[in-house]
Design a protein around this ligand. Structure first.
Ligand code: ADP
Ligand code: MG
Length: 237
């Protein structure tokens, strides 16, 4: 198995006349925790969407020699998107049902939920410390609790790579810390490769093993220590 889980080569993305990303190249190594930072509009979400095949791009993104769809089919990617509008209070589903729904995309018709599915959901909820919420109505939970339910949903098929786009923007500082330590633990104890976009470059150093500083192109990619000693650091902060 190659050490690179994803290789990105000369990635370029345009929205009409706007070039959101130009000539972006870097590799994500299996087991890394990569923190992506950069100013607003620097192309962070565009990069994530390109990796997930959600928008057209020029250049190459290589998934260990497989196509993106084969790679995803083998359950290799969990994704928590940037937009987190809180769920309506009356939304008719329990937390457990939301977590189990993370398995639907892999199921063939008729999409039936099995006892084993509930068992997997129970296990991941236990790992994330949210077992107690299982039977609660999702709309009645706090923002931090909902976010952890959605994380459990993204993790239920045991992805090797977890991609998160500003997952804690809407959370209070305490929920933010809890969430950050859960992600850190997934990386260090369960070996999940993490790609996390954050607006908070300061706290990134505490968690990430590598930093990708993006500003339409790669300004810096490497360890946090090296970033602190780099010219880019002085130029940008
Ligand atoms: P970030 O996530 O770093 O804030 P984005 O990747 O969302 O940045 O956006 C990068 C640039 O591309 C911005 O200038 C933004 O306005 C533009 N952009 C993003 N999405 C679209 C879109 N769907 N259509 C047109 N322009 C877009
Ligand atoms: Mg964004």
């Amino acid at each position: 198995m190659p050490a690179e889980i994803i290789q990105i080569k000369n990635l370029r993305v345009k929205y009409g006349e706007i070039e959101a990303l130009s000539d972006v190249s870097f590799d994500i190594i299996s087991g890394d925790y990569v923190g992506i930072v950069g100013p607003n509009g620097s192309g962070k979400s565009t990069l994530i969407k390109s990796i997930l095949g959600l928008i057209p791009f020029e250049g190459k993104i290589i998934f260990q020699g497989e196509t993106l769809s084969d790679f995803i089919l083998k359950n290799n990617i969990g994704y928590l998107p940037q937009k987190m509008s809180f769920i309506d209070q009356r939304f008719p589903a329990t937390a457990m049902e939301i977590v189990v729904s993370g398995l639907y995309c892999q199921k063939k018709f008729p999409k039936r939920v099995t006892k084993n599915d509930y068992k997997s959901a129970g296990e991941i909820m236990e790992t994330l410390g949210i077992s107690g919420l299982a039977d609660r109505s999702i709309g009645k939970l706090s923002g931090g609790q909902q976010q952890r339910i959605l994380l459990a949903r993204a993790l239920i098929h045991s992805p090797r790579l977890l991609i998160l786009d500003e997952p804690t923007v809407a959370l209070d500082p305490q929920s933010r810390d809890t969430f950050a330590s859960i992600i850190k633990k997934l990386n260090s104890e369960h070996g999940v490769t993490i790609l996390l976009v954050s607006h908070d470059s300061g706290s990134m150093g505490k968690y990430a093993s590598k930093l990708l500083y993006l500003d339409r192109k790669v300004v810096f990619y490497g360890t946090f220590d090296n970033f602190c000693r780099s010219d880019e650091m002085t130029k940008y902060f």
